[in-house]
Design a protein around this ligand. Structure first.
Ligand code: 13P
Ligand code: SF4
Length: 329
């Protein structure tokens, strides 16, 4: 293995926390579905019934048979689960696990900007919101997208309609490039992906000629341009599964490497370091721990609640996204 390849260990567990498989079995017996995003550490991924990207998790949460969901991810993901499945109890290991992107766009600021644009353009723009936003922002949006379907969602909007894309400026800029659409961008960004440095990516590429570089669309333009492919986490996994004995340089949150190594172990994965350190862990995702998961499962707390009128409008935008046909890529 290359000296730059950093394996992501499964966290050591505390004395009173059962093994991941035991936690999963315990939850199944009580009808609790544990969902985890691929940016959760190995322990939480192993404890989950289902691990996925934001789109797959939204679909899993919407399934009618999920009556109780413990969501290992960040707040907007659990909120999305509650909006799509209002009858279900949705609870999380840590209510404080937030997201810098979601924080960058407050509903009241968005409403003011939409009014300003309506005055300037003579009509309201279609608002496309990346799923990494609050329920309040979703409620003000026409359609939601994820990193896995942003291109198709924007393509589904009739040509000539002005489009406002919130809150991620980098994902928005990438979608504008691949769709050829002019988008009005909000200026939010992800604190994890913003820190990837094109110089360190280039250095790794020199050290590993023949490596394929994968960058998440939340990365800044210079990093995306240095990559061979720009893909959300589900796309990265698909490409890795199809490859054989390939070295990949991966510019996304480092826990993704746990999933890649587990599901496509035939390849080697090298995490792209950030500008100032080698770890690109999301501090929000990291708030969830095995202890907090175990406690949340037993207490079925803390629960996620969304005001019904906000949830109803947000659900419309989410359902419009879920109705967009995935591209055959
Ligand atoms: P996805 O690629 O799963 O959409 O995740 C990106 C992300 O930042 C989730 O917080
Ligand atoms: Fe938000 Fe970035 Fe963390 Fe995803 S990785 S939850 S976008 S801060």
């Amino acid at each position: 293995m290359s000296p730059t390849a950093i394996p992501i260990p499964v966290l050591p567990q505390a004395q009173d926390v059962p093994e991941p498989a035991e936690i999963r079995r315990w939850a199944s017996e009580r009808g609790i579905l544990i969902l985890a995003h691929s940016y959760q550490d190995g322990f939480l991924q192993e404890a989950a019934h289902f691990v996925g990207d934001s789109l797959e998790l939204a679909r899993a949460a919407a399934r009618e048979q999920a009556h109780a969901i413990c969501f290992c991810g960040v707040h907007f993901m659990a909120e999305t689960a509650k909006i799509l499945n209002p009858a279900a109890e949705v609870f999380v290991p840590d209510l404080e696990a937030g997201c810098s992107l979601a924080d960058s766009c407050r509903a009241e600021d968005l409403a003011r900007y939409q009014d300003f644009l309506a005055g300037k353009l003579g009509r309201r723009p279609v608002t496309v919101a990346y799923i990494n936003c609050t329920a309040g922002v979703k409620a003000l949006s026409d359609v939601i997208c994820t990193s896995g379907n942003a291109r198709e969602v924007v393509d589904s909007i009739p040509a000539g309609e002005p489009v406002l894309f919130v809150p991620d400026q980098h994902l928005g800029a990438w979608v504008a490039e691949v769709t050829g659409r002019e988008l009005i961008l909000w200026n939010g960004s992800c604190i994890v992906h913003e820190l990837f440095s094109v110089d360190t990516v280039r250095r790794l590429q020199e050290q590993h000629p023949g490596a394929v570089t994968l960058a998440h669309p939340e990365c800044p333009k210079a990093v995306r341009e240095a990559a061979d492919q720009v893909l959300g986490t589900a796309g990265m996994l698909r490409v890795a599964r199809e490859a054989q004995d390939q070295t990949f340089i991966v510019a996304t949150e480092s826990n993704m490497l746990y999933r890649l190594n587990k599901e496509a172990p035939q390849n080697m994965y090298i995490p792209a370091p950030g500008a100032s350190c080698a770890c690109n862990l999301c501090p929000h995702m990291q708030k969830n721990t095995p202890e907090k998961l175990w406690r949340a499962l037993q207490a079925r707390q803390p629960q996620i609640e969304v005001a019904p009128e906000v949830a109803a409008r947000a659900r419309r935008a989410l359902e419009r996204m879920l109705a967009v046909r995935p591209a055959a890529r």
